[in-house]
Design a protein around this ligand. Sequence first.
Ligand code: IMP
Ligand code: MG
Length: 369
Amino acid sequence: MLKLHNKEFKPFISTKEIETVIQEMVNEISQDLGDEVPVFVGILNGSFMFTSDFVKKYPKPCEVTFIKLASYEGVKSTEDIQRLIGLTQDLTGRSVIILEDIIDTGNTLAEVHRIFKNENVKQLKIATLFYKPDAYKKDFKIHYVGIKIPNKFIVGYGLDYDGLGRNLPEIYQIKETQFMTNLVLFGPPGAGKGTQAEFLKEKYNLVHISTGDVFRFNIKNETALGMLAKSYIDKGELVPDQVTIDMLEAEVEKNSSANGFIFDGFPRTNAQAEALDKLMESKDSSINAMIALEVEDEILVKRLVERGKTSGRADDADEAIIRNRITEYYKKTAVLKDYYSAQNKYYGVDGVGSIEEITKRLSAVIDKL
Ligand code: IMP
Ligand code: MG
């Protein structure tokens, strides 16, 4: 992981990959140019490393020069391109190859074309090491592309974030979901999970994802995933983990600007916990903690019997059923306690006391994450 100013970046493209790609570009371009002695024009500042490594590999005589343009502020492209150093030599009749580190919106490229419009060059070709097709808004042909990348900010290998990162020999990509707090909330039936989730979600501006609710929502709204899940449920089969994970992923994506998530009712198995880790990783995030509300069995039984008197829930009515649910809970979640303990992410919290007291205990854990 890499931190520049206030942003975090993760490794994206290695030095080795860059080298391989540049060699391929050199091969292609030198073949196309034949015996022509080209003028390579690097666009400063970003392309100093690319230009240097490119021309070192170039197998035949060539000239190298630079122009200096600037358009970026922080991590956002601006329309306004400044020409800081223009062309300093006559290029009439020459084959000019522009060497760009990256083409994003194409604004810089438009300025390059303006610069060369009246230069009477024999040919003008554009070569870029990195290209963001989803950001590109122009029609200019890009003749040689090293690597197509997603529309996410990168640094390294000449590219900077507010001045920093140009010196890094490899490429890093910005982390999308920075500084999220993601919790897995656990507790036996009657521990007060639902009540506490409501408080935590308010206090920390988190999105509460209860798998039960997500299932009901998808089935009720007949989403593709909902119908798929229903087809298993109707046959009396368990819904495969992947279907559940896909539903959770959709929820996470719907709320991608959230401060974090409270997962409730998921994971229930080791395989699911691993799948959830993978999902969070694909979002540049992770589960920060599994918090389990701990309440003694006898107190749970008492609470649930009380609740059964008013809730009308059949599974709250019978003490034997209640005890069985509690036993089942511990049997099933023991593996998860181990899973998260192994990552130092398990936090047991005393779930006996007033609602405010318990919220305070939970907050104490979250504030330290
Ligand atoms: P364009 O004018 O939008 O095509 O952007 C080109 C210039 O913006 C590049 O030469 C870089 O200086 C800068 N730029 C675009 N994308 C990135 C990025 O992901 N990281 C760092 N600089 C970038
Ligand atoms: Mg540039």
